[in-house]
Design a protein around this ligand. Structure first.
Ligand code: ADP
Ligand code: MG
Length: 585
């Protein structure tokens, strides 16, 4: 728990100063809580002395006492307010920065990182885990550190009147801190065991449910229920153990504080009886002994929250330690846009998907990649965009290895349009401007016109300000595709990659999309993964991929004349497209 606290403080980074000043306010706030008690004791002392006739009390003193109380209460509110303003916003500001930072990190890691760590977990880290932080980090700092500051300030006040009482209080706090340490140590140890038991419980329930048909069919309930029963029993045993472990440690923590309170009352009572302490001071000590530990007593309630924070922190750290794919790269611009793959091998994990892939694409030419599904076409494009790094061989743009560019400087030169369009939950305008955020309105509309989407956008009641649902819910597939092409046209990158951009739209939309694509590809170095004969026929070069190898390469005429995969492909396609034309009549 205290270790987690230390990590939180470290996490606040440049806000640390504000955090510490907040602690100072917190300290002053406690002093102002203690002042009324001390003031009351003094006042009582005067009253007693007055009643004994030792001194003569003036009525004005009562006014002073009242004023003192008012000042103390106001001071307490003031410092509590100051503490909140200094500390509480830290978490919000810091998590906002953190979200942006993580976004920047994720932009620069290999896509393999997302395959290895499931995307749900990463999304969870950025949303839920950071929210846990946002909500609890500062609150817990106040609960835990604040509690110790509170008790320290109180002990200082005690010290002012009676060093013995201060010493007892100190010993009580130290002892309780020790037992709290035991609580958090055992709870972090137990949480591992608990997680394991939980997992095995879930697994056996799933197994039971999956196998239920078999169980019923063979009348074997007895056997299969045993697995579940065992898992439940184990789970129950562990929970009881965790509870017992907690109870005695937590009990000792509470008892240390209670004993210290009792000790203070006893010692001061003895001193008072021996006449070494005035009666009002003794009474004040008794009051102090009640409020002294009130906050430290609550500290263990935060143990669970601290555990949550700790887990969140570990996950975030794992993301932050992810390896950048482009460390050591420069922000260079390529000299030209000739593309060359030489002897590229690539595997996803241990699954080798590309073997010795070599080809060249001259600047300004159009290349089509064809091949059966799963042969590695998309992978070739992903490697060019450096979503992954090659295992061996090299990929160059303008003679420079893609590994020498930063992700931003490489991707600045590439526009990609995919079969599955992803549009952001934002306005159409912002979706188009995504590739060029500073584009002027006319520029944006020009791009939309070229992409053949200006007309349907203008027909929408809110035009370019229409919000798009998650993934583009409210638009048709073809419309979404054209918006994504407008985005690419506006970006105006010299290299254009189209991955089955027209594969899943109806013929009418396909015609419009083809027109949009022609606009996009004008004068660009174009790589198309396509099935349509019309698209492939006009390419300057066709690469035929089969099981991760380039098996044929050339123009349509040459390849169609040869026996092989390409000719088979063309024949099947012609039959399919021919069938569709007649089918549509
Ligand atoms: P294509 O685009 O030609 O259909 P891909 O390049 O998408 O083929 O896939 C080539 C092979 O790599 C396939 O066997 C596919 O299962 C595998 N693959 C693709 N993406 C991944 C990934 N992210 N992780 C693991 N394997 C993948
Ligand atoms: Mg593909």
């Amino acid at each position: 728990m205290f270790k987690t606290m230390k990590r939180i403080i470290k996490w606040t980074g440049e806000y640390k100063k504000r955090l510490y000043i907040g602690f100072l306010w917190s300290f002053l706030q406690t002093l102002f809580t203690a002042f009324p008690i001390m003031g009351a004791a003094y006042f009582m002392d005067f009253m007693i002395k007055d009643s004994r006739g030792e001194i003569q009390m003036q009525p004005v003193m009562a006014w002073y006492a009242l004023l003192f109380m008012v000042v103390a209460v106001l001071g307490r509110f003031l410092f509590s307010y100051l503490r909140a303003t200094f500390q509480e916003s830290i978490a919000y500001e810091k998590t906002a920065e953190e979200r942006i930072q993580i976004g920047n990190i994720l932009k620069r890691v290999s896509l393999g990182f997302f395959d290895e760590n499931n995307t749900g977990e990463i999304a969870g880290a950025v949303t839920t885990d950071l929210s846990v932080y946002e909500m609890y980090a500062m609150k817990m700092t106040d609960v835990i550190i604040g509690a110790y500051i509170h008790v320290a300030a109180m002990i200082l006040c005690l010290l002012f009147f009676c060093w013995q009482a201060a010493l007892i209080a100190l010993a009580g706090v130290a002892l309780s801190a020790f037992f709290l340490h035991l609580v958090s140590r055992s709870s972090s140890r137990n949480s591992v065991v608990h997680q394991k038991a939980q997992n095995s419980l879930v697994a056996s329930v799933i197994e039971f449910v999956r196998g239920i048909a078999v169980v019923k069919a063979y009348g074997q309930e007895g056997v299969s229920v045993k697995g579940i029963k065992d898992a439940f029993r184990e789970h129950q045993k562990i929970n009881i153990k965790i509870e017992l472990d907690y109870v005695w440690r937590n009990g000792l923590h509470q008892i240390s504080l209670k004993l210290a309170s009792v000790g203070i009352v006893l010692v001061t009572a003895v001193l008072a009886m021996q006449g070494e302490m005035e009666l009002p001071v003794f009474l004040m000590m008794a009051v102090f002994s009640f409020v002294l530990f009130s906050q430290v007593e609550q500290v263990q309630n935060g143990a669970h929250t601290m555990q949550l924070i700790e887990t969140a922190m570990n996950k975030l750290e794992a993301i932050k330690n992810a390896e950048f794919i482009d460390t050591g790269a420069g922000n260079a611009a390529p000299e030209n846009y000739d593309i060359a793959f030489s002897d590229v091998d690539f595997s996803y994990g241990r699954n080798r998907v590309l073997h010795n892939v070599s080809f060249q694409i001259p600047q300004g030419s159009a290349t089509a990649i064809v091949g059966p599904s799963g042969s590695g076409k998309t992978t070739i494009c992903s490697l060019l965009a450096r979503f992954y790094d090659v295992d061996s061989g090299s990929i160059t743009v303008g003679g420079t290895d893609v590994r020498e560019f930063t992700c931003d400087s490489l991707l600045g030169n590439i526009s990609m349009v995919f079969q599955n369009v992803y549009l952001f939950r934002d306005t159409i305008r912002n979706n188009i401007c995504f590739g060029k955020p500073d584009a002027a309105e006319e520029e944006m509309i020009e791009a939309a016109k070229k992409a053949r989407c200006h007309d349907f956008i203008s027909d929408l009641p809110q035009g370019y300000d229409t919000m798009i649902g998650e993934g583009g819910g409210t638009l048709s597939g073809g419309e979404k595709q054209r918006i994504s092409i407008a985005r690419a046209i506006l970006k105006d990158a010299p290299i254009v990659i189209l991955d089955e951009a027209t594969a899943s739209v109806d013929p009418e939309n396909e015609h419009l999309i083809q027109a949009a694509i022609s606009e996009l590809a004008r004068g660009k170095t174009l790589i198309t993964i396509a099935h349509r004969i019309a698209t492939i026929e006009n390419a300057d070069q066709i690469l035929v991929v089969d099981r991760g190898r380039i098996v044929q390469c050339g123009r349509h005429q040459e390849l169609a004349a040869q026996k092989g995969i390409y000719r088979n492909f063309v024949e099947t396609r012609e039959r399919a497209e021919g069938w569709r034309i007649t089918g549509n009549k």
